[in-house]
Design a protein around this ligand. Structure first.
Ligand SMILES: [Zn+2]
Ligand SMILES: [Zn+2]
Length: 349
């Protein structure tokens, strides 16, 4: 297995981001990211202008973010623009599916901040929709903005944006995702920076909100592939999108501890299976988890806490079917820092 790290939600000068794609790619390179997916609002201009490709060691792929005021939807691996449809987001989902793309419901829950357009939020409210591939459980910028609850706190968050990472994703979003996974639906967890790098000029200085550098060090996607990247756009694009579509991946906050090296798999005398797999129940299945640093590993079964373990190697013998996923946390001061959110393994009847 090969592991690659990337960030899959950000904006460039083709929409409301501050930097061009080559400038963004240079920052991705600096952070050691293997891939970036640029998701400008309502446009695939980067794709049309031939900007997909390797920039030094980082592969830049181009997707888009559909809809403006609500029902934001990330459309990855699409070749033509998916039109907005805020009142009927099912049409947007269908539009991505027609292109065999990967569609992700972006930041479905947000609280907003009275310091940002009087509490403006970009929510997903139509839950009658079907056929989407994922939910963005952790969005750095959205979570950062929601933490702006006061002037003093705002100043702290500008000086130290990582404060917004401490509480992890919203439980509401995770519960929602669990609901789909318990029904056996192949809906996966995704996360990203949503970096815009917007600078506000002040009389003596300027401040940057949602910087790319901070974003690329924070909420990333890690994927596992059975072949290595080959420094070839066509081949590597397919490999990355395939891993993202199959859910052999996890979302992590890499800011304090890089999650590189995390593993979650099922093993029995009959074989080994990775995240995103469905296996039929039989005796002798163990769920194996490895964390690159000592961690508290929570094993969830059907969305409920099922077992806990501490250390770096964790083994959970399975005694019944269910959908299993991992949350890992490490000790930071007096609390446990939310860190890794794996995609699940289904063990069916
Ligand atoms: Zn959005
Ligand atoms: Zn966005």
């Amino acid at each position: 297995m090969y592991e690659y790290t990337g960030n899959i939600h950000m904006h460039s000068t083709f929409s409301d981001g501050a930097l061009t794609i080559p400038e963004i790619a240079a920052l991705g390179n600096k952070q050691g990211l293997n891939f970036l997916i640029v998701t400008d609002h309502q446009t695939l201009a980067g794709l049309d202008q031939g900007m997909e490709g390797y920039y030094d060691k980082t592969l830049v792929l181009i997707g888009m973010e559909v809809n403006e005021h609500s029902h934001h939807y990330l459309a990855l691996n699409v070749r033509t623009v998916v039109p907005d449809n805020e009142s009927n987001p099912q049409q947007v989902i269908n539009g991505v599916n027609q292109q065999q793309g990967i569609g992700i419901i972006a930041h479905p829950f947000e609280k907003g901040s009275k310091f940002y357009h009087n509490g403006l939020t970009f929510l997903w409210t139509d839950w009658s929709v079907q056929g989407f591939q994922g939910i963005e459980i952790w969005n750095h910028l959205s979570r950062w903005r929601d933490e702006l609850t006061g002037i003093f706190r705002g100043l702290l968050l500008i000086l130290k944006p990582s404060l917004a990472l401490h509480k992890g994703p919203y439980r509401e979003t995770l519960r929602l995702l669990d609901g789909y996974q318990v029904q056996g639906k192949q809906v996966f967890a995704y996360g990203g920076s949503d970096a815009h790098g917007i600078r506000f000029k002040l009389p003596l200085t300027s401040i940057e909100i949602g910087s790319y550098e901070q974003g690329f060090r924070s909420i990333n996607m890690h994927i596992l592939t059975d072949q290595p990247l080959q420094n070839n756009l066509e081949h590597d694009r397919q490999l990355i999108y395939q891993a993202l579509a199959q859910g052999n991946s996890w979302v992590a906050c890499d800011y304090y501890r890089n999650s590189r090296g995390f593993r979650f798999e099922a093993q029995s005398p009959r074989g080994k299976w990775g995240m995103g797999s469905t296996i039929s129940w039989h005796r002798g299945i163990d769920l194996l988890v490895k964390t690159p640093y000592p961690a508290r590993v929570l094993m969830l079964r059907n969305g409920e806490l099922w077992a806990k373990s501490q250390g770096t190697k964790h083994r959970f013998p399975v005694n019944r079917p269910g959908v299993y996923r991992v949350e890992a946390e490490y000790r930071r001061g007096w609390s446990w820092q939310p860190w890794i959110f794996s995609n699940p393994i289904w063990i069916s009847e």
